[in-house]
Design a protein around this ligand. Structure first.
Ligand SMILES: [Zn+2]
Length: 289
């Protein structure tokens, strides 16, 4: 599942290729069309006809990231609006000269939204499990996930906001692992980086969030910042379901110390595994308290 660093890499690559391009044509997959006929709103969250009409002939002004979302600012004549996208569990964007050029078969056979650009390239959204989203948002200031989202991890007030959110009764009763994977507490930390940051700060993932001291929360925040920064520098992690826009992969997976490991690198004991909120959790009962 792509986490913040992977989405950030995708955003940086998209910016180089699609800013100022005009979307000339949109092609939707049979799965999307059938899903909409069955009222499932597969991937595209607006009515398909209005989505296609509004986005066709619009110009991509810029693309930014917020948490794990990509936000494309579009202009059509004198109208400005946003196309907000989430990669879900296995979504990916590709920039190719033709849609059959996507190297990985898993993605090539699961392309769902294909934008033909004025640059003669294609921006393709592929998604094996179809949990991703594309949604036209007329007023971004009213988009609920953004309204509720905590500051980005690198912002000056991120740490204070993080500590304050943990003490909020909506989150204080959660396990710390569940809390740090909630974008309202800190955006963009998914399962892998949550496991790694909790190990590095010596905090047991099963611990109740509201019972952890401020100084330990401060350490945890610092470890999350370090990991997210390093993962971006390393081009993200490539496990099974993340590729960058040209089909390449990152190297952050080589730096994992606890995720999917059997032996604790610090004390040599067996790594403990447990499912927390449906996600595999790895920790050392000796080193994490
Ligand atoms: Zn250990």
């Amino acid at each position: 599942m792509p986490e913040l660093p992977e989405v950030e890499i995708v955003k940086r690559e998209l910016k180089l290729h699609i800013e100022n391009a005009v979307i000339e044509h949109i092609k939707l997959s049979e799965k999307v069309i059938t899903g909409h006929k069955e009222n499932k709103r597969t991937i595209v969250k607006n009515d398909l006809k209005s989505f296609t009409e509004q986005v066709t002939d619009s110009k991509i002004l810029t693309v930014v990231r917020r948490g794990k979302y990509l936000n494309f600012s579009l202009q059509k004549q004198n109208q400005y609006f946003n196309l907000v996208s989430h990669l879900g569990m296995s979504g990916g964007y590709f920039i190719v000269d033709s849609p059959d050029q996507i190297a990985e078969e898993n993605y090539r056979t699961h392309t769902h939204v294909t934008f033909k650009l004025s640059t003669n390239q294609y921006l393709v959204y592929a998604d094996i499990r179809r949990f991703g989203e594309l949604r036209i948002v007329p007023k971004i200031s009213e988009f609920k996930p953004f309204v509720e989202m905590a500051p980005e991890y690198f912002e000056a007030h991120s740490k204070d906001a993080f500590i304050q959110k943990i003490t909020d009764k909506r989150f204080s009763g959660m396990t710390i692992k569940q809390a740090i994977m909630d974008a309202r507490v800190i955006p963009g930390v998914g399962n892998i980086y949550a496991n790694e940051a909790l190990f590095k700060s010596g905090i047991r993932p099963t611990r109740k969030a509201g019972r952890i001291s401020k100084s330990r929360l401060s350490d945890l925040h610092a470890e999350m910042v370090k990991i997210l920064d390093e993962a971006i520098v390393r081009g993200g992690s490539t496990i099974s379901d993340y590729r960058n826009t040209s089909g390449g992969s990152g190297t952050m997976q080589d730096r994992f110390v606890i995720y999917q490991k059997k032996i604790c690198p610090t004390c040599g004991k067996n790594v403990h595994t447990k499912v927390i909120n449906t996600r595999n959790t790895f920790y050392c009962t000796e080193c994490q308290r």
